[in-house]
Design a protein around this ligand. Structure first.
Ligand SMILES: [Fe+2]
Length: 465
C-alpha cells in the first residue's frame, strides 16, 4: 500500500469513527435489506379467515382489570348470529366455566364491520394456564393464555415492546420474530393497522384493513395480552367523508380496562402486572394542567407502591426524546407537562413509538427549561428515566432513516431498522433490556443494557449496612 493510500485510509476511518461515535452516543451503520414497505395484498394467506362458516376471527386478549386476574377476550364474526359465550377452564377441552360477551358493530364510510364481541373473563387464578373456546358447533375455535404472577416485587416477568406495526411483510417479520422469543405480554405503543392510508384511494379499506390486521396478529394476540396505546393513525379524522375521528374503530375493537384504574377514557389508563405498574398515556388527548388526563395521572402516580410493583413503566405514542428528523420535537408539549413527575416518581423507562426507527436515550431530563431562562438543553440525569423509541414495527410508511447530526448527547443508540424489544424483569432491582432487529436470528441483540431499578437502587444506596 503506498503512502497516499495509507493516509487516505486512516482519514476515512477517522471520519467514519467521528460519524459513528460521539462520546457515549452511537449511531449504527447497519444497512437494512428489507422487503418493500407496501401492505400485504388483501387476498394473502396471512390474512386468511377461518374456513368454517361465521367462525370467530381476529381473536385478541388484553388485561381486564387492575391487577391481572381478568382478561377481556375479543373477536369478530362476519354475521350477527355468532355465539356470545366464552367457555374456559384449566384443562384443555374441559371447560368448567363460561362468560357472556357483549357485541357491537359500526359503519365507517362505505365499510360495514362484522359483529365485534368483547367478553370480560374475571376471577382468574394467578400463574395459571387457561384454555378457552369461542364460536359454536363446527365453527368453534380454541386458544389459551397464561395469567401473570400475583402483583408483587419478587415475580420475574417479560414484556415485549412493539410499535407502529402496520401490515407489510416487514410487519409480519417483526411479529414472527417476536413470537419466537420469551415475551409474555406486549406493550404496544400505538399505530396498529395503518388502514387510514387507504382512505383516499379505497375508502372501503379504511375499515377492511382493521379486519386484515386483526387476522395477521391473531397468532400472538389470541394467546397473550397486548396492552394497547393509541397512535395518530388510529384517530380516523376525515371530515370530508363524514368521519370525525376520536379513535372510533380503535375503540370499538380494542377495549382497555380503564375503569379499573379510575380513568375516564379508554385511551389512558394503568395496569399492574406482576412486578410492574404500567401507565398508558394518550398523546392525542388533552393533557395540560386541569385536563382529565392530567388529573388522572396525578392521582395514579400517587397510587404507585414500589414495594409491591418495583418497576414503573410509562408507554405513549409520541416520544419525548428523539433525534430523528421525523416527528422531531412533537413530544415537547407533553414533556413540558409530565417530565417533572417522571423524575419525581422515579419512572424507570418511557417507551414510545411514532418514529419509524429505533432509538434509546441516556437517563436525561430538561427540567430547568422554562421560556425565559435560556437553559434549554437536556442534561444527563441519573434520577431521570430512559426513553426508548420503538416505532420500528415495519408499517407501509417505511423507515425513518434520517437522524440529526451530530448525534445529540442525550441519545445513546440509534439505528434505522425494523424490530421489537424485550424488557425482561428479573427481580426488584434488575431488568435486562434487548432490542432485536428483524434481520438477525432470535438470539442476536442489536442493542441491550441492564436496567437498574430507579426506586430500589436508590433505596439500597441509602440503607445503612
Ligand atoms: Fe404515529
Amino acid at each position: 500500500m503506498n503512502k497516499k493510500l495509507i493516509i487516505s485510509t486512516i482519514i476515512s476511518i477517522l471520519i467514519s469513527l467521528s460519524n459513528v461515535v460521539n462520546g457515549d452516543s452511537f449511531t449504527s451503520s447497519y444497512v437494512r435489506l428489507d422487503p418493500p414497505s407496501t401492505d400485504i395484498p388483501l387476498d394473502s394467506e396471512f390474512f386468511a379467515a377461518p374456513e368454517a362458516y361465521n367462525a370467530p376471527q381476529q381473536v385478541h386478549i388484553t388485561q381486564g382489570d387492575y391487577d391481572g386476574k381478568a382478561v377481556i377476550i375479543s373477536w369478530v364474526t362476519p354475521y350477527l348470529h355468532g355465539s356470545h359465550t366464552v367457555y374456559y377452564g384449566t384443562t384443555k377441552g374441559k371447560y368448567t366455566s363460561k362468560a357472556k360477551a357483549t357485541n357491537t358493530s359500526y359503519s365507517f364510510n362505505v365499510y360495514k364491520s362484522g359483529q365485534i364481541y368483547h367478553c370480560l373473563v374475571d376471577g382468574l387464578e394467578y400463574n395459571t394456564k387457561y384454555y378457552y373456546r369461542i364460536g359454536s358447533g363446527p365453527s368453534n375455535r380454541e386458544f389459551w393464555f397464561q395469567t401473570p404472577p400475583e402483583v408483587g416485587p419478587d415475580s420475574p416477568y417479560t414484556f415485549g415492546l412493539i410499535g407502529d406495526l402496520g401490515q407489510t411483510m416487514n410487519s409480519l417479520s417483526t411479529l414472527q420474530h417476536y413470537m419466537k422469543g420469551e415475551g409474555q405480554t406486549v406493550l404496544f405503543v400505538g399505530d396498529l393497522t395503518y388502514a387510514d392510508r387507504h382512505i383516499d384511494e379505497a375508502p372501503h379499506e379504511g375499515g377492511l384493513r382493521w379486519d386484515t390486521w386483526g387476522r395477521l396478529v391473531e397468532p400472538s394476540t389470541a394467546y397473550q395480552p397486548w396492552i394497547w396505546t393509541c397512535g395518530n393513525h388510529d384517530i380516523d379524522y376525515f371530515p370530508k367523508l363524514g368521519l370525525l375521528g376520536e379513535f372510533m374503530q380503535f375503540r370499538e375493537r380494542y377495549p382497555s380496562p380503564y375503569k379499573a384504574s379510575e380513568s375516564t377514557s379508554p385511551l389512558w389508563y394503568a395496569i399492574r402486572r406482576g412486578p410492574a405498574h404500567v401507565i398508558v398515556l394518550a398523546s392525542y388527548s388533552g393533557f395540560v394542567k386541569y385536563t382529565a388526563q392530567y388529573r388522572w395521572l396525578d392521582n395514579e402516580l400517587k397510587k404507585v407502591d414500589r414495594k409491591k410493583t418495583p418497576w414503573l413503566i410509562v408507554i405513549m405514542h409520541v416520544p419525548l426524546y428523539n433525534s430523528n428528523t421525523a416527528h422531531y420535537m412533537e413530544g415537547e408539549s407533553m414533556r413540558s407537562v409530565f417530565e417533572q413527575w417522571f423524575v419525581d416518581y422515579k419512572v424507570d423507562v418511557v417507551f414510545a413509538g411514532h418514529v419509524h426507527s429505533y432509538e434509546r436515550s441516556h437517563r436525561v431530563s430538561n427540567l430547568k427549561y422554562n421560556i425565559s431562562n435560556g437553559a434549554c438543553s437536556p442534561v444527563l440525569d441519573e434520577s431521570a428515566p430512559f426513553y426508548v423509541t420503538i416505532g420500528d414495527g415495519g408499517n407501509s410508511e417505511g423507515i425513518a432513516g434520517e437522524y440529526i447530526s451530530p448525534q445529540p448527547h442525550y441519545s445513546a443508540f440509534r439505528e434505522p431498522s425494523f424490530g421489537h424489544a424485550i424488557l425482561d424483569i428479573k427481580n426488584k432491582t434488575h431488568a435486562y433490556y434487548y432490542w432485536h432487529r428483524n434481520q438477525d436470528g432470535n438470539k442476536v441483540t442489536a442493542d441491550s443494557f441492564v436496567l437498574h431499578n430507579q426506586y430500589w437502587m436508590s433505596e439500597l444506596e441509602h440503607t445503612p449496612i
